[in-house]
Every structure is written in structure tokens, then in C-alpha cells.
Ligand binder design. Structure first.
Ligand code: SF4
Ligand code: SF4
Length: 359
């Protein structure tokens, strides 16, 4: 990492306003009881101490985005009669709408910024290049705030992250007395820290280290999820286990919508007259409709099967395909906001500890 700089508390707003030159700046703001990312406005209720309720994934993977627009081209006229050629097939004119907007997410948590690395393994491969995700990811910078006070629902250290993890961030800010120690993670991050509002933070390095050390202590011992891949496969056909684990679930989908690593979507064409647009929208595997086929057949009718898919995907199927990387960054949003108190950590631990009494 680069040299340490210091951003005083009173310089945070001027720094954010400086970022806004040429970029949209998303910041966490209070709305009711929730903390939501919104474009920065002078009168917004900025909240930098609480973990945002939603993840910042909307910045790189919007909940709804237009992939292209289309309209029916005029049918060519036949020479002489002034009428359209009745045999001609109508043609569609397509216009792709690639993302170009430059964005900075200020005040994400390290786990939220890490989420896009899970997307990259799926949306930017040798065979698949998703220009919408890649475009937004490359146009979006993350200025993340390290976690000084993790919550009881946090478990980033159990899934490869940490309170000052820099994966996916361009700048990391560590809260210390009077402000933040700022370090650039990428070249773009270093450019952001060129601001005159920052001073040298060399003398604050020890304090910043102590903050992260304290945070690690508060997180406690990391859980070992290394045998989850095999155990979840072993339990694939154990209906009793999954009915038990999903008994409380009400299939609301909150867990997937708040998750920084859930990347499923649906595609819809919306038309008005002879024109329209193709839109992509977040989808949730916790919905009964997610796997509904056109024939009417649905391979996942029970919530037990749907929860098995969600947990199995994150802790078994995805890691098996992607160098054992778990598709969860331990942010705990799905635990904290689940109306039925379903805890993904407990499900994985139960799977790992499961012993078949009939064997
Ligand atoms: S948030 Fe909880 S109740 Fe809602 S779908 Fe997820 S696990 Fe089920
Ligand atoms: S599964 Fe839960 S804890 Fe893991 S990244 Fe998603 S919301 Fe966070």
C-alpha cells in the first residue's frame, strides 16, 4: 500500500464535494431506520459510523438497468405504388446502452467492496464478458471505511476478508481520533488522495493498526468453513435436514436483495407501440417463481430446496468452480435483516457438524 495520509473529520464533506467534480458520488445516508446509498447532496443525512443496510452492489450491478432499446424500422416502400412492400419483414433497430457514468462510492465497508470480486469471476471470464457489469465496475471507484466496531452478525474473517480488507477498494480509510488514516490501494485511489485536504498520516499509523487489532479481537475466532463444500454435497438429498433448516424462512427474498455477492437477474422486454427496451433486474433464488419453467414445471417448489440452493451455491458449488473462494463476504446483512432470524452461519455449521444417526 501507499503512504499514509490523514483526513480530518471536518475535511470529510469538502473531500466528498471535491470528488463530485465529474463523478457521481454515492454516500451512505439515513432514511428512516435504514442506511442507504444515495447520490451526495448538501442536505443529506450522511452516516459513516453504521454499516449500511443495503450493500453497494447497486453501483456496479443496478437493481434495474436498460441493456438496449429497440424500435421497428419503417418498412421500405415499393417503387411506384407509394405503399409499403407487403412481403417485407419488419426490421428492428437495436441501440445498446453501455454504461458510461463515472461513479465514486464513498463510505462502503470492505466487505461491500469485496462483493464485486465475486461477480468478476462470473461476469468476466474467458468465455463470458458482460459489458454492463465490466463497464460499471471499471467506471466506479470505492473509498471504503475500515470497520472499527464490527457487529455480532459480522463474520468477514471466516470467509477470507477482514475489517480492513482492501479487495475491491481504491482507497481504505481507517477511523482514528479526529479523522481517518487514508491509504491508496490502486492508482485511481492515489489520484483521489492528491487532494490538499489531506495531510501526512505517518504519525497516526500506530493508532490505525491498534484500531484494526481491536476490531479483530471483537470479531473473535474465525469459523472454519473448509469442509462445507463436501458436507453440503453430502447433504444434498437429505430433505429432513433442509426442511429443518428452512422451517422459519418466509421466502421474502430480503437476504438476496441485501447481499453484496448475489448476482442473479431476470431479463424483460418492455414495449410501447413500436419501440421498447430490454431491461435486466435483480432476481432472487428464494422466490418460488425463480425456477418456474415455461412448461409450468418448477424444480424447486419447496423453500427447503431454495434455501439449500442459496447456501449450497455460496459455500459449495461456487467455491468448487472458483479456487475454493466462498461466495459470501461475511457482511451479515442476510442475518441482521432476516425477519425470521435465519442465520447462514448456523446452517453451514450445522451441515459441517451433521452426523447421520441412522448410519
Ligand atoms: S431473509 Fe430470511 S425469511 Fe427472507 S428469504 Fe431470506 S432466509 Fe427466508
Ligand atoms: S450471504 Fe449474507 S453474510 Fe454472506 S455476503 Fe451475502 S448478505 Fe453478506
Amino acid at each position: 500500500m501507499s503512504e499514509k495520509k490523514f483526513l480530518k473529520n471536518e475535511s470529510v464533506i469538502p473531500f466528498i464535494e471535491g470528488l463530485a467534480g465529474g463523478r457521481k458520488v454515492l454516500v451512505p445516508v439515513c432514511e428512516g431506520d435504514a442506511v442507504i446509498y444515495r447520490p451526495y447532496r448538501k442536505d443529506c443525512r450522511l452516516e459513516l459510523t453504521r454499516m449500511p443496510t443495503i450493500s453497494p452492489k447497486d453501483a456496479t450491478f443496478p437493481r434495474t438497468e436498460t441493456l438496449m432499446t429497440f424500435k421497428q424500422a419503417p418498412v421500405a416502400k415499393t417503387e411506384g405504388d407509394g405503399e409499403g412492400d407487403s412481403d417485407a419483414q419488419p426490421k428492428l433497430e437495436l441501440t445498446e446502452t453501455l454504461p458510461e457514468e463515472k461513479v465514486v462510492v464513498f463510505g462502503s465497508r470492505p466487505c461491500g467492496a469485496r462483493g464485486k470480486s465475486i461477480f468478476t469471476r462470473v461476469y468476466e471470464t474467458e468465455d463470458v464478458k458482460d459489458p454492463y457489469f465490466i463497464g460499471r465496475r471499471d467506471n466506479t471507484l470505492f473509498v471504503s471505511i475500515a470497520c472499527a466496531a464490527p457487529e455480532t452478525t459480522c463474520f468477514c474473517t471466516s470467509v477470507g476478508g477482514g475489517p480492513a480488507d482492501t479487495t475491491g477498494s481504491d482507497v481504505i480509510l481507517i477511523p482514528v481520533d479526529g479523522g481517518y488514516v487514508a491509504e491508496a490501494v490502486t492508482e485511481h485511489g492515489a489520484e483521489l488522495l492528491q487532494s490538499d485536504l489531506l495531510t501526512s498520516g505517518a504519525d497516526k499509523a500506530g493508532e490505525a493498526e491498534a484500531v484494526i487489532q481491536k476490531s479483530m479481537e471483537l470479531l473473535g475466532d474465525a469459523d472454519d468453513f473448509s469442509i462445507a463444500r463436501e458436507k453440503l454435497i453430502e447433504l444434498f438429498d437429505n430433505d429432513e435436514f433442509w426442511f429443518d433448516m428452512s422451517a422459519k424462512c418466509i421466502s421474502c427474498g430480503t437476504c438476496t436483495y441485501l447481499c453484496p455477492t448475489c448476482y442473479c437477474f431476470n431479463i424483460t422486454d418492455e414495449t410501447a407501440g413500436k419501440s421498447g427496451k430490454r431491461i435486466r433486474t435483480w432476481d432472487t433464488c428464494m422466490s418460488n417463481m425463480f425456477t418456474m419453467e415455461a412448461s409450468g414445471h418448477n424444480p424447486r417448489t419447496s423453500k427447503a430446496n431454495r434455501l439449500k440452493n442459496r447456501v449450497g451455491h455460496k459455500f459449495s458449488y461456487y467455491p468448487s468452480l472458483h479456487d475454493k473462494v466462498i461466495a459470501c463476504c461475511g457482511c451479515g446483512r442476510c442475518i441482521k435483516s432476516c425477519p425470521a432470524a435465519v442465520d447462514i452461519r448456523e446452517i453451514v455449521k450445522s451441515a459441517q457438524e451433521y452426523e447421520d444417526v441412522n448410519e
